[in-house]
Design a protein around this ligand. Structure first.
Ligand code: IPE
Ligand code: IPE
Ligand code: MG
Length: 228
């Protein structure tokens, strides 16, 4: 039996990582444009952050936009960019919840990085303005892909000495992020889609048919049952 509802079997607060999929299908089923699904998905993330805090989740990491997602129609991409600006603008809410926000993705100074300047600014500001919070750490993966991250880590590691597991780990985008305890994917797809392949090597996996805008407290609790 678990002795506490706040810690993973390893004794530290739980790390939950979510592949937030199914916004488009959620909207399609309602005869709404896909963009409405993304808007609702962002709102749901804000709701889920509140719930996760009450469950004493230590780290919540979410896949917001992948290195592969740039090929989507321009209007959809623009809408999703705006939603990330909005998400990183939720500083007052995050401070009220004592949540520290982070970002991970292709570093802004790399030639292949795609995060536009106005989103970079929102990200930098949110990181700065929530840096002192000591509660849950919310990490948003944007312009993120695990392959790009591992290649980047390997390249850096090679300049430092022997490339072993510890060297790769030290050079991941966010080396302080603990291993994922439970990886969630919504909307019925049984794929990992290039998300945190290194960090999820030993994690439990929770798949649900529900699309992301409907991933609620009961769903989070079901996922947490896998690790508590
Ligand atoms: C997830 O929802 C959001 C992003 C990938 C940005 P989708 O947009 O992939 O929704 P579906 O899979 O088409 O339903
Ligand atoms: C994964 O969802 C990426 C995000 C949730 C940001 P996708 O909808 O892009 O994944 P695939 O293309 O179906 O694998
Ligand atoms: Mg999808």
């Amino acid at each position: 039996m678990p002795t506490s509802d706040t810690h993973s079997p390893t004794g530290r607060p739980v790390h939950v990582a979510c592949i937030m999929d199914g916004n488009g299908r959620w909207a399609n089923r309602r005869n709404l444009p896909r963009t409405e699904g993304h808007t609702e998905g962002e709102e749901n993330l804000a709701r889920l952050v509140r719930v996760a805090v009450t469950r004493n989740v230590g780290w919540l990491t979410v896949f917001g936009f992948s290195t592969e997602n740039w090929v989507r129609p321009r209007g959809e991409v623009r809408h999703i960019l705006g939603l990330h600006k909005k998400l990183f603008g939720r500083v007052a809410e995050l401070n009220e919840l004592n949540v520290r926000i982070q970002w991970m993705g292709r570093p802004f100074d790399l030639p292949e990085a795609r995060t536009p300047k106005y989103v970079q600014r929102a990200i930098r500001r949110a990181i700065r303005d929530t840096a002192k919070n000591t509660g849950m750490v919310l990490t948003v993966a944007f312009d993120y892909g695990s392959h790009a991250e591992m290649v980047h880590a390997a390249q850096l590691a090679a300049t430092q000495g022997p490339v072993d597991e510890a060297a790769i780990e030290r050079n991941l985008y966010l080396p302080d992020l603990p291993p994922v305890d439970v990886l969630v994917r919504t909307s019925g797809e049984l794929r990992i889609s290039n998300f945190m392949l290194w960090q999820s090597a030993g994690s439990e996996v929770y798949f649900t048919e529900r699309p992301w805008p409907e991933f609620d407290a009961a769903e989070l609790d079901a996922a947490l049952l896998l690790v508590r």
